[in-house]
Ligand binder design. Sequence first.
Ligand code: SF4
Ligand code: MSK
Length: 645
Amino acid sequence: MEPKERSTDKAAQEMIGHMAEAGQQNAWDRLEAQSPQCGFGKQGICCRICTMGPCRISKKTPVGICGADADTIAARNLLRMIASGAAAHSDHGRDVAHTFKMALESDNGDYMVKDELKLREVAARYGIKVEGRQTKEIASDLADAALSEFGKQEGTLVSAAAYPPLARQKVWQEFGVTPRSIDREIVEIMHRTHMGVGSDYKNLIKQGIRASLADGWGGSLIATELSDILFGSPWPIRFGANLGVLDEKQVNIIVHGHEPTLSDIIVAVSQEPELMKMAEEKGAKGINIAGICCTANEILMRHGIPVAGNFLQQELAMMTGVVEIMLVDVQCIMPALGSLSNCFHTKLITTSPKCKIAGAEHIEFEEDRAAEIARQIVKLAIENFANRNGKAKIPKVMERGIAGFTTENIFYHLGGRFRGSYRPLNDGIISGRLRGAAGVVGCNNPKQVHDYGHLTMIKELIKNDVLVVSTGCSAIAAGKAGLMRPEAAAKYCGKGLHEVCETVGIPPVLHVGSCVDNSRILTILANVVAEGGLGDDISDLPVAGAAPEWMSEKAVSIGMYFVASGVYTVIAEPLPVLGAPNLTRYLTDEIERDVGGKWAFERDPIKAAEMMIQHIESKRDALGINKETERKLYDMADRRALSIE
Ligand code: SF4
Ligand code: MSK
């Protein structure tokens, strides 16, 4: 297969060609080697939960040995994907909460509270007294409150009652899916899907919904909010993206994975004069930190650190031959990096006790020695600069853009300098200049042409005046394609969105962060509802979600919490449920009556975008804002009246 058939990204194409010439395998090659893939697995109708099996469902064998049918088996498999995805996000949240607590107890100053305003806002939501109290006291109470959300035995998640609209909370209460605590919902999935527990697919899915809500409005939200407080809330910031950000003349360190705890401190120490001097003494012009996947997004959002690429570019980045260290933490790290690193001077370094990789060196990260360990790693990279072997190959491909949007700062951008408010966004939607908004998120998957799904869908949406917010590898794809430049509005947007972007000075695609930061999209939606004029619930809003190239279990949890929050969610690769007709019908149709959102599967990104736009228009119809009205020009008196409302 030609590189062009594998990726739309010019840098990726060049490196895929280079890998082929060098006789190295990558994910696309391994997909070909794995094809044709198992049809039972694809359709979700293979069960290996007990050793009477494995059982496969077919016309000849419509039930497994225990009598479980296709719907039960596929529902159980799906639930276990949600459990894993929710666990990954939430464990990330737990780690940030631990670091947060440790930072308050330690005197070494490696970490400290960087956003006091957010600390006070979040603490107040948790019912913690803030007036007249010191930062440290409030932060300590918040750390304890956040940590107790994971394992508490009584009540419900604080954030599930503090953030979503009341109407949404009522839907969850009536349907019986209000999340209680984070770990509990994940454990209960594992219990309910054990051999011989539940077999009613709808009742199984209910627990999947509850665990996913504990992820989105719980574990992920905790990860986002405590990261903002501890590492600083993002603010719009310029960045460069694609493999061209690597620099042959500098020591290159790539950080890859998801958690910001180590990468944030690596960024800080890499600017220390002593280390810069050491790099120069070794013949390098400097120390260049770049990111891959969501670790990239974390440090991009807060420090403007360049992004080398998204998920399918991790092997390609190593192939450049100029990476001294690839430093990984957890999630989305291909085991293939272990053997590939052996072909280069590149050191693959794992840092989490949860993630060791064959062929990698392990330097365990300890939060209470964060700066010391970060310095040790940067020094190793500097030492390794002299060991480069073979010819460097860095594609000269790089784009620029603006990232760093959050629930709080979109507020100021949309409201303008003097009137921070979601009002202009809601008014823009009500007037029809903006048709609505879409979240386009998620991974890459070699089953789709790399980045094609993200870019084609996003361009179609913004052409039709739908504002796009993006996270994860989708956001990186948009950044690499120049869609996060404010100027992209003139080139790609419909008239209404173009006007809005120009007036406010934002790009048409807003980078709101990493995978756990999908929680920012939830809180943005809650704010839009609270602003008024667009219904009482998230399910009333003219919005839709999509993951055009998803691959990970985390994406299933994310998709489910968006659906369960009332959002129509279109994904490319279908959920592995197609062999279970009742379950498929439930997830793509009937579930809407229970939670207000539903799933759709569509591989063609243009068709998928059309489905999203159609959904947005149907919500506009239901809100009664699709009537032909004359555009009202506001004078000062009108504006004052609006502010008072
Ligand atoms: Fe087969 Fe039932 Fe065991 Fe699954 S739980 S492997 S369907 S016997
Ligand atoms: S990194 S989960 S490939 S978005 Fe968050 Fe990218 Fe998907 Fe990993």
